[in-house]
Design a protein around this ligand. Sequence first.
Ligand code: GLV
Length: 321
Amino acid sequence: MMNPVIYVTRKIPEEVLQPYQNMFNFRMWDKEDVPVPRDVLLKEAATADGVLCLLTENIDREFFDYAKNLKIVANMAVGFDNIDVEAAREHGVVVTNTPDVLTETTADLTFALLMATARRIVEAADYIREDKWQYWAPYLLAGSDVHGKTIGIVGMGRIGEAVARRARGFGMSILYHNRSRQEKAEQELGAVYSDFTDLLQKADFVVSLVPLTEQTAKMFDRDAFNNMKSSAIFINVSRGGTVDEEALYDALAANEIQAAGLDVFANEPISSEHQLLELDNVVCLPHIGSASEATRTKMLELCLDNLKAVLNGEEAITPVK
Ligand code: GLV
């Protein structure tokens, strides 16, 4: 019998594919940094039994209409707003994501971004590169403390909990907002459930970790920024679509909030021309939340293990429900 055909939508290291070579017939887009063009994706999907894709691919109803043999789409991300899960279900295709393996790495980045924004790390490093450092001065590049402050975590899933653990180590008070109460986080981390507005009004750091859905789209809007303290720092490591970027720009430009640290944007990639980059009180990163070498490899391996399970007729390991 022929091995199942797997289409991989980006060039990934041979060593990662190697253990699966004897069970799959791999086809792969040949560029590491450039997404597969839509027409190539649809053509390849038409003959694939499984697809390993990234968050750069729009896996919509049209894709599923082309993909006649497809049994599984393994998305190399925990978020899956790039996939029409309803269309997948109607076409009998299993969708999987990569939870757990990226939790701690993404929480590390969230905290790094929070600290970099509060303590103006990027601005300070640039200060030397731009030869601006002449003298030490009492308030030179003085930022905000992190320890002892209140963090408000919006979206208390696995990553939210991992961020809360880090916050606890910094002696922070922890507020959270979530669709459902997280009793474990309340008991073990002292996290306090809060309604959205209350959290915005009380938190020194507002951290968005909510998945992008119809309910969370642009939930950080003008009202949300108005409700925050003028000293608040907003951190987004979930999806850019949860934020009204115009409203965020206006709030930052008018000093209605103090600063923002952003790993994600409504339309990625952004360039240096993006309006938010006009502002000094913003730290922008190119969507690197889970980007440690070890974690990115684990994410790929989890995709491959999901493909293996489903194409062997077993349950997916991490199906999207
Ligand atoms: C990255 O953004 C992910 O969803 O894993």
